[in-house]
Design a protein around this ligand. Structure first.
Ligand SMILES: C[S@@+](CC[C@H](N)C(=O)[O-])C[C@H]1O[C@@H](n2cnc3c(N)ncnc32)[C@H](O)[C@@H]1O
Length: 332
């Protein structure tokens, strides 16, 4: 009997299970707690297991529960040299102590077994040890590769400057890190839904000229920022539907959208603007609001519509800073 171990942001388990029930008939729900779900598989599960849902943060071959370090080490393959210990629910009291205690216990038994550091390299086997205070550990193994975070638990650490006006700063930096986007000084971005300016702040700090479209107010401090090469943020107080494409730059490298609009409305609006930019566009980072089951179940349709905008490489994930929303990264 083989199992898949999946972790997610606590609170999105229902969306994850719904995806698996619909798309992966070979997987049956085995165990569920906030932040972790396991599935029994008809087929042998390997460390290269396919991502079962975009809501998954870590997906691995499950090696079962372990009550102590000896049991965990006995279950793990010897070549799983990258140790990833993380909390099932990072918000639980005592989670950080539980992680530290597990790392210390595992390394005390056999320190030479694991590589130093936690950041996985492509192709490496990672030992996943999921901890929660007062519970046995859950152990799994996965191979690091495209679409996965190299950090324990699918984390994407971002340092947010104290003057960043919204969590969108972290969201955008996480998207850049997750997908390895080549965002560089001298490029131009258009952002639909730019207020108050967290993402614009992140881009201008990188030297990207930003054109923000939003009927809401931008933070004056973001509008006053001057980044490398003189990069600035320009604000058009318009909506996606009302903005005239002639008011936006002709040459655009990055399209961002983070608006309180349902995905079909957002994609309809973007279809009017994108053709003018297609020649130079390097990619799009789109937040899709998943406020109800119909929007979640429409994901294959929304992705097909993103592809129809002229993107051939379309990826979907749930970033650490996303809530009831998914992040699409699309590249030509
Ligand atoms: C989550 S916030 C965006 C955060 C922003 N990306 C940042 O970095 O700070 C959503 C924004 O979408 C804007 N919005 C809602 N409907 C819109 C529309 N039809 N066109 C453009 N912006 C819209 C709202 O005014 C709001 O500022």
């Amino acid at each position: 009997m083989s199992f898949v171990l999946v972790t997610c942001q606590p609170g999105v388990e229902a969306a994850l299970k719904d995806d698996v029930a619909r798309d992966r008939p070979g997987l049956r729900l085995a165990f569920s707690r906030p932040g972790v779900v396991t599935f029994k598989s008809d087929d042998e599960v390997s460390a290269e297991v396919e991502r079962p849902s975009p809501w998954a943060r870590v997906w691995a071959r499950s090696l079962g529960r372990a009550v102590d370090a000896e049991a965990a080490l006995a279950a793990l393959p010897a070549d799983a040299r990258r140790l990833h210990v993380f909390a099932r629910d990072p918000e639980t009291a005592g989670a950080a102590d539980a992680i530290a205690a597990a790392v210390a216990a595992l390394r005390a038994v056999d320190d030479a077994r694991f590589a130093p550091g936690v950041v996985a390299e492509a192709g490496e086997l990672c030992a996943d040890v999921v901890v929660a205070p007062g519970e046995p550990w859950l152990v799994g193994v996965h191979r690091h590769g495209r679409g996965r975070s190299p950090h324990p638990g699918g984390a994407l650490p971002v340092e947010v400057p104290p003057d960043a006006p919204s969590r969108a700063y972290a969201k955008l930096e996480e998207a850049i890190a997750w997908a390895g986007l080549a965002v560089a000084a001298g490029q131009v971005a258009v952002e639909i839904g730019s207020a108050p300016g967290g993402a614009a702040h992140a881009l201008v700090r990188r030297g990207v000229e930003v054109w923000g479209v939003d009927p809401g107010q931008m933070d004056p401090a973001v509008l006053a920022l001057v980044g490398p090469g003189g990069a600035r943020v320009h604000h058009l107080a318009e909506t996606l539907a009302s903005v005239r494409w002639e008011a936006l730059p002709r040459a655009v490298d990055w399209l961002l959208a983070d608006v309180n609009l349902a995905p079909p409305v957002l994609l309809h609006g973007l279809a009017r603007l994108v053709p003018a930019w297609r020649r130079r566009l390097r990619g799009a980072v789109l937040t899709l609001k998943m406020n109800d089951v119909a929007m979640r179940r429409g994901v294959p349709t929304w992705l097909a519509r993103v592809a129809a905008l002229g993107f051939t490489d379309v990826q979907l994930t749930h970033l650490p800073s996303n809530r009831q929303e998914l992040c699409v990264i699309a590249r030509p």
